[in-house]
Ligand binder design. Sequence first.
Ligand code: AMP
Ligand code: TRP
Length: 334
Amino acid sequence: MKTRVFSGMQPSGNLHIGNYLGALKNWVRIQNEYECIFCIVDLHAITVYQDPAELRAKIREIAALYLAAGIDPKVCSIMVQSSVPAHAELAWMLTCVTPVGWLERMTQYKAKAAKQESVGDGLLQYPVLMAADILLYQAGIVPVGEDQAQHLELTRDIAQRFNSLYGDTFVVPGTSLPAVGARIMGLDDPTQKMSKSASGANHAVALLDPPDKIRKTIMRATTDSLPCVDVTTAGPGVLNLLAIFQAFSGWNDDQMRQHFNGMRYGDLKKQVAEMVISHLEPFQERFRRITSEPGYLDGVLREGAERVAPIAEDTVRLVKQCMGLYTSPANAAL
Ligand code: AMP
Ligand code: TRP
């Protein structure tokens, strides 16, 4: 049996090249090797307030972006988290074996909570729901960007704690980070990771930005005061531009050094911009085609949910049995 892969993205903000290089591109790369489930995690998105109409539209946009990136719905399941109720069900059961101190230590929680006047409980529970997403499908591999590594560590801790309390139940999943592009930094401030929620006009390149805007954003990227590229001593802004180029092009370190060492920053930026545009233009064309086909997206999402729901329901039944919750002998699904 093929190892199962699970990953997801939140339908909030605009997906950017960090999301693509850190996660989506690698999903496409491994989709034929494993049994993959790619989720649109709408229940995670509502841990901070979302305008309902915008959220509804974003869920469809993210699904179309998965497809435009090359995720093949014939070999992978693409589904929306809230359409399989077992995600929320398992999350509660896992909440009950998770010490609150583990959750309070999460850096993403601390950063998000610091920005809110009143902190919703969902924000604290966020990583437990993420653990439920993964453990529900007994996923062995979870391909994500570096910022999710701590949440995956916690997922493993929760799985191990459950297994030691109730007996071997869950596969303990591994993390899969890309070699290049696991942490793309903001173009306006290379000390901060590129983020969907940052507000600066020159912070990120969104996957649906038009070529002119992409050029402008990259040409304005923060570098440093050196005159030209030196791959070994470059500051974070230049390293970030080089990482973006390398992740899109697939060049090795030698090729990068030979091509870019000694190049002026203006030329480096031009080449990075053209490399990004050459990948995003066909991507955007596919996105337009997918979103103009009536009914297609809903069909993909329905089929995805139908395919994975029985796996999720089996796990919930198993967990109920392990914990001593009620399961009807006549109909084990209840
Ligand atoms: P999110 O935007 O939080 O829904 O993240 C979706 C996926 O993109 C996750 O796997 C993240 O780890 C990844 N990701 C988000 N931001 C970045 C970034 N700046 N660089 C690399 N990967 C990222
Ligand atoms: N927390 C992840 C992020 O913001 C999204 C996510 C939710 C996820 N559930 C997941 C990623 C399960 C991988 C596996 O990026």
